[in-house]
Design a protein around this ligand. Structure first.
Ligand code: M6R
Length: 588
């Protein structure tokens, strides 16, 4: 992952770079650094830890600089592995992974060069110095031609008043206005500057000097259109909440109104035509987005009887997948930048699927890859743990199910979908009740989330959320499968959360509840059915509004998100920035 920034303008670069890096911390916060160029002198400051570690360099002079916030891939989080990496007259910041770094480093070492970090990125600075014969741009071109893997690069050369940017499979935008030229991994880092923003595509270069000049892969000048963006959405604040995660959970009911869609407007004609022809659906996604795909599969297969395959993108991409004619591929990604999802989507498309991007980020890479884009409209999500984006994905995927049903001659069920925001509002308010459950989870050795069908998919999401921000070992498990081995892990130190919203299998799920209760586990029940809440096996329960069975995950996930949040803060963690993770996973 990692976030990169660049600035050249009338102000001192250091504070501008630091402000941008703070906005990009969601991409990684293992270390941070900046390099400034003034009168041919490169000055570099790097620190282990958060961007705030660099605040004492705010007063450093220099109008030209680059910066980096790191999510460690190669080499531990440390000052020596922090970017920028400097070699000779070059300083470079990198987002991505250089896959042939070993061979390239050997080549450099054979020339007597010495490396000072364990990173894959440092080799880029060495190659730049090797290829430099007085022309910055051609040195960059020759260097990137040697790189395998992914990169977004911002580079300084001590001989030149400017920054050169290059990208392949890692996002990069540039901006101009307000007395300066800017570069960043995404819009959020520079939107507050109120500048015109342009995206860089794979293989292109940009030079930020007196103005921005764009070049194609052969260094031929090209022109670009600026993109439209909502500066307010790109510069989020916590609006009085202690954490972004809590604020984003509170936004869920309002967000859903923007995410549902009946696809009747003329602009959806093409999508509707595709739905009519669709014979099967493949969903490719990672993490939480994968779980929303699992929930959608349940709804689409049950209501539309169209087969749905949900694939973990990192598996799909290397599995030589079978894509039959009339396959609709849905690539679901909050960020639209997840490397595995992009690769999987590309494969599905190349094998003949019609590719629809379901994403929360306009102008993200996936929107340029897809045949068609459906925005989830959840607004910017800052917390690493996905919450409102999950519910928004569900609202949109259920809307697709309704439109598919209609396209196939059914009546659809859009009225039911329209009633969801109100139900979600009631459920959201009830979620505060789970705060009372927190003490039971604090000392847990492990936690189980159990469910069947759609409840199993929700259990997986509840478990992921808990692991991600509390660091408690946890598993989402199919309720009926527990007795085939995993029950051996359950004892009195194992809280079990049972999700029970599917009427037809409610008693079956209760069988698993009896089994874990008999082994001493405390059971916390999330259900739409009051009759189960007073059972003797249940330590505490949370009652959700009744809802069409296929759509219950959009409600039942809410207490699971809240539980993870409150356990996280009770354990002294920062739920917005869990250890080892980053919001946008742009590397394999
Ligand atoms: O941006 P994406 O939706 O493609 O991200 C996929 C996952 O990395 C993401 O959902 C991750 O699992 C979340 N941090 C979970 O809360």
């Amino acid at each position: 992952m990692c976030g990169i920034v660049g600035y050249y303008g009338s102000e001192n670069a250091a504070p501008v770079l630091l402000k941008g890096l703070e906005k990009l911390e969601y991409r990684g916060y293992d270390s941070a650094g900046i390099a400034l160029l003034e009168n041919g002198n490169l000055r570099v400051v790097r620190k282990k830890g958060r961007v705030s570690e660099l605040f004492n360099v705010k007063d450093m002079s220099g109008k030209l600089g680059i910066g980096h916030t790191r999510w460690a891939t190669h080499g531990a989080p440390s000052e020596t592995n922090a970017h920028p990496h400097v070699y000779g007259r070059f300083a470079v910041v990198h987002n991505g992974i250089i896959e042939n770094d070993f061979a390239l480093k050997e080549e450099c070492r054979s020339r007597g060069e010495v490396f000072s970090s364990e990173t894959d990125s440092e080799v880029i600075a060495h190659l730049l110095e090797f290829y430099y014969e007085g022309n910055f741009l051609t040195a960059v071109k020759s260097t990137v031609e040697r790189l395998k893997g992914s990169y977004a690069l911002a580079i300084l050369c001590a001989d030149c008043e400017g920054i050169i940017l290059a990208r392949k499979s890692s996002p990069l935008v540039v901006g101009s206005g307000n007395g300066g030229l800017f570069a960043a991994s995404d819009i959020s880092a520079i939107a507050a500057q109120g500048v015109d923003i342009y995206t860089l595509e794979d293989g292109e270069f940009a030079l930020l000097a007196t103005e921005i000049t764009f070049f194609d892969g052969n260094l031929k000048r090209i022109s670009k259109e600026k993109i439209e963006y909502d500066a307010e959405d790109e510069t989020p604040d916590k609006k009085g909440y202690r954490h972004f995660m809590r604020k984003e959970m509170a936004e869920i009911p309002a967000v859903l109104g923007k995410s549902v869609c009946d696809f009747t407007a003329a602009k959806y004609r093409e999508f509707y035509r595709v739905l009519k022809q669709t014979e099967q659906i493949q969903i490719v996604a990672c993490g939480t987005a994968y779980h929303s795909g699992l929930c959608a599969k349940h709804a689409i297969e049950s209501l539309c009887r169209v087969p749905v395959e949900v694939c973990i993108a990192s598996e799909y991409r290397y599995s030589n997948p079978i894509v039959r004619p009339y396959t609709l591929a849905l690539a679901v990604s909050q960020s639209g930048e997840t490397a595995d999802t992009l690769a999987a989507a590309e494969i599905a498309k190349s094998k003949g699927a019609y590719l629809v991007a379901v994403t929360n980020v306009p102008y993200s890479t996936i929107t340029r890859l897809a045949d068609y884009v459906l925005p989830t409209n959840a607004g910017r999500e800052v917390a690493v743990a996905a919450t409102k984006s999950f519910n928004a994905q569900l609202a949109l995927l259920y809307s697709i199910a309704s439109a598919l049903d209609k396209a196939k001659g059914g009546a659809g069920f859009f009225d039911e979908i329209l009633s969801l925001p109100e139900k979600v509002k009631c459920a959201e308010e009830a979620c505060e009740e789970v705060r009372a459950w927190v003490p039971h989870f604090l000392g847990a050795r492990s936690v189980f989330f159990l469910g069947r069908g759609a409840d199993y998919a929700t259990s997986l999401e509840g478990s992921l959320k808990l692991k991600e921000i509390t660091y408690l070992p946890s598993e989402g498990y199919p309720a009926g499968e527990l007795k085939h081995g995993t029950l051996a892990l359950v004892d009195s130190s194992t809280p079990v959360v049972a999700v029970l919203t599917q009427k037809s299998v409610a008693d079956k799920t209760m069988n698993a509840v009896h089994e874990v209760y008999a082994r001493g586990a405390k059971v916390f029940l999330i259900t739409c059915f009051e009759e189960y809440t007073s059972r003797k096996e249940v330590t505490a329960s949370l009652l959700l509004p009744e809802c069409k069975e296929e759509f219950t995950p959009i409600l039942s996930v809410l207490p699971l998100q809240a539980l993870a949040y409150y356990v996280s803060i009770a354990r002294g963690n920062n739920p917005d920035k869990p250890r080892n993770l980053a919001k946008s996973v742009t590397v394999e």
